[in-house]
Design a protein around this ligand. Structure first.
Ligand code: ASP
Length: 308
């Protein structure tokens, strides 16, 4: 099997001034993933390494660079799933931690649970030795400016963000040469969400899913729609009935569009190692590499879907 990595850096109307930062951020994450795969040939470890880099890139809405909620706080969601044994770990509405995906992994490994939220997730992270960071340290000037504008505007229609406004959630799907797969997604959520709002990202079957038998998926877009569609599971079902990676992404997306009028982007690796993606937002940031070849890290415009 050809070890490979597919990543996304959000799906929305990404302005051209931000394309380069998205492309460079994804390329850095892919390079880190390639190195990890070359050293370990372990999809799970590589996926965690990729997502950690993406969380640390300030251009993305995850870890550093997360959007502020309506109360001026950063609350982050993240989830990871191992396709070998279907084990999963996730955190929701987690504050004051730099890398939520690593806490999600700790939930998977060190608890009997799948998803920890809010104060309980924070306390667990601290017990596990994660350092507290002040909200300020997770912010870029950009997020503060967005917060100020949205606060002045008062009532905000969150769904409109995916047609026009920011959504730079990140996700990754990795396969190693044994055909083992891991998928994960991490986000600061939607700008100006209510305090305590949890989206699709930490929910297996909505924001991510992995099963070595069929493939693995990570999703981005309007979380409320994705949750109601069980979008990652829709793509998994398509894979199970024999669809290829790009086809499965397309099928799931069509359901979201037709039944919920939702906007999203989906990345997929199928069990044969083929990568695919699809989106129905104006742009999507997507990158793909095999262990020894950087294929692309790019922002694609509407009407493009792809496979490799
Ligand atoms: N799905 C994320 C959420 O609703 C946002 C995104 O993908 O950008 O929290």
């Amino acid at each position: 099997m050809r070890a490979s990595i597919i990543v996304h850096g959000g799906a929305w109307d990404i302005p051209s001034a931000l394309h380069k930062a998205h492309e460079e951020g994804m390329a850095r994450a892919l390079k880190t993933g390639q190195k990890k795969l070359a050293e370990t040939d372990d999809a799970h470890r590589a996926c965690l390494a990729v997502l950690t880099v993406l969380e640390n890139e300030p251009v993305f809405d995850a870890g550093t660079g997360s959007f502020l909620n309506a109360g001026g706080e950063v609350e982050m969601d993240a989830g990871i799933m191992k396709g070998e044994d279907l084990s999963a770990g996730a955190v929701a509405a987690l504050k004051n931690i730099r890398n939520p995906i690593l806490v999600a992994e700790a939930v998977r490994v060190h608890t009997q649970h799948v998803l920890l939220a809010g104060q309980g997730a924070y306390d667990f992270a601290r017990e596990q030795g994660f350092k507290r960071v002040e909200t300020e340290a997770l912010l870029t000037g950009r997020e503060k400016e967005r917060y100020r504008i949205l606060k002045e505007r008062g009532k905000v229609r969150i769904k409109s963000f995916f047609e026009k406004k920011p959504s730079d959630t990140v996700g990754a799907v990795v396969m190693d040469s044994h055909g083992r797969m891991t998928a994960g997604t991490t986000t600061g959520g939607t700008p100006h969400k209510m305090a305590g709002r949890v989206g699709d990202v930490p929910v297996p079957g909505s924001g991510f899913y992995a099963d070595n038998r069929y493939g693995a998926v990570s999703v981005t877009g309007w979380g409320e729609g994705i949750l109601r569609a069980g979008l990652a599971m829709r793509a998994m079902r398509a894979l199970e009935s024999g669809a290829g990676a790009a086809e499965a992404a397309g099928e799931a997306l069509r359901f979201l569009e037709e039944r919920i009028k939702g906007e999203a982007g989906i990345i997929v690796l199928d069990a044969r190692g083929r990568a695919g993606f699809d989106f129905n937002t104006p742009y999507m940031a997507v990158g793909y590499a095999t262990v020894d070849n950087m294929e692309y890290a790019t922002v694609l415009g509407e009407g493009t879907s792809g496979s490799k």
